[in-house]
Design a binder for this molecule. Structure first.
Ligand code: PLP
Length: 364
């Protein structure tokens, strides 16, 4: 048995108890009426959380990166242009996946810790009227940057490109408005603010994106992630792959918890916990990487005060208090910590627990 942990890093977050209970129920087959009813209800819940009416809304069998891959591999064909915003690890991963799908990738680079600037997006869209896809990360977990979407969404609306948005860390922790923003493909992950164990990637395709997937010259290069085949199972119950039944039940239960709380109430809870943590961190000499106004409530990327050792500090929090936080990555390795307050974990009580533990660890 491993010890219980308080998971305040970049994910996974602690799973809501309801989701763990759902995992332990006796197995049924994937054509069992009770499972199929649950699956339809799961799709309805996902539509509510994504704020969309998209018919093709489901959970990809795989973690958030599988959703990223499914988003791009279905709509991109070799030789297509994909414009990708890159200001951290996950923007970089989007560019990599698009390029592996055969696309010519046009990167919009920003400093790590900065947002992708709307004027740069406008320039890239104008320079590439042929672009098939514009892809962006909403909550850049590697830097703690909250990417403003509204202005960029209106620029993308005036262009024929499909808008692909990574909402892995943002979904249910802050406003995500798929239909309102005109997002064509949005994907997320179970284990961040949804507080479900890792293994599923909620995803939603607009009719326009499905049309792009259906009218391809050649089939998608991934058989497993081909949405037209997955649609065959979701609509006509034609076997494609065995769905991970316990995980889908866990996600269904986790979404039930999210909707019972209410999305606006959940966003506000994240804001409250974030404000308390920010105050405590600044008082203790930490400084934020992203500028004021562009900080995520669920992921705090902060520079360490002088004299604090990254590895020793995190090791002491884990061994003495059972609290996991994450190191900085890339350019921030050794200099920053990433502290997550995701979903179930975004409480003032957890913040006070962490700050008390930090005070002890920093004193040594
Ligand atoms: C965690 C994360 C991913 C990848 O998800 P995995 O579940 O680790 O595959 C993608 N994008 C962002 C923004 C993330 O935070």
């Amino acid at each position: 048995m491993s010890a219980e942990r308080l998971l305040l890093g970049s994910g996974p977050s602690n799973a809501a108890p309801e989701t763990l209970q759902a995992l332990s129920r006796p197995l049924v087959g994937y054509l069992d009426p009770s499972f199929l009813t649950m699956l339809d209800e799961l799709a309805d819940r996902l539509r509510e959380v994504f704020s969309t009416r998209n018919r093709m809304t489901f959970a990809v069998s795989g973690t958030g990166s599988a959703g990223m891959e499914a988003s791009l591999v279905n709509v991109l064909e070799p030789g297509d242009t994909a414009i990708v915003g890159v200001n951290g690890v996950f923007g970089g991963r989007l560019a990599d996946v698009a390029s592996r799908a055969g696309a010519e990738v046009v990167r919009i680079d920003s400093e790590w810790g900065d947002i992708i600037r709307p004027e740069d997006v406008r320039a890239a869209l104008e320079a590439h009227p042929e672009a098939k896809v514009f892809a962006l990360v909403h909550a850049e977990t590697s830097t703690g940057v909250s990417q403003p979407i509204k202005e960029i969404a209106s620029l993308v609306r005036d262009h024929s490109a499909l808008f692909v948005l990574d909402t892995v860390t943002s979904l249910s922790g802050m406003l995500v408005d798929v239909d309102g923003w005109g997002v064509d493909v949005a994907y997320s992950g179970a284990q961040k603010c949804l507080s479900v164990p890792p293994g599923l990637s909620p995803i939603s395709f607009s009719d326009r994106a499905m049309e792009a997937a259906r009218s391809r010259k050649a089939p998608a290069r991934s058989w497993y992630l081909d949405v037209t085949l997955i649609d065959g199972f979701l609509t006509d119950r034609v076997y494609h792959h065995t769905p991970p039944i316990p995980m889908l039940r866990a996600l269904h239960a986790g979404l039930g918890v999210v909707l019972a709380e209410g999305l606006p109430q959940r966003w506000e809870r994240h804001e409250r916990a974030a404000a308390l943590l920010a105050k405590g961190l600044v008082e203790r000499g930490f400084s934020y990487v992203p500028p004021e106004g562009h900080r995520l409530p669920m992921l705090h990327c902060v520079r360490l005060p002088d004299g604090v050792d990254d590895v020793e500090g995190r090791a002491a929090l884990l061994s003495d208090y059972g609290i996991e936080i994450s190191s900085g990555i890339g350019a921030f390795k050794g200099e920053c910590w990433r502290i997550g307050l995701m979903g179930y974990n975004a409480t003032e009580r957890n913040v006070l627990t962490l700050l008390a533990a930090l005070d002890d660890v920093l004193r040594r």
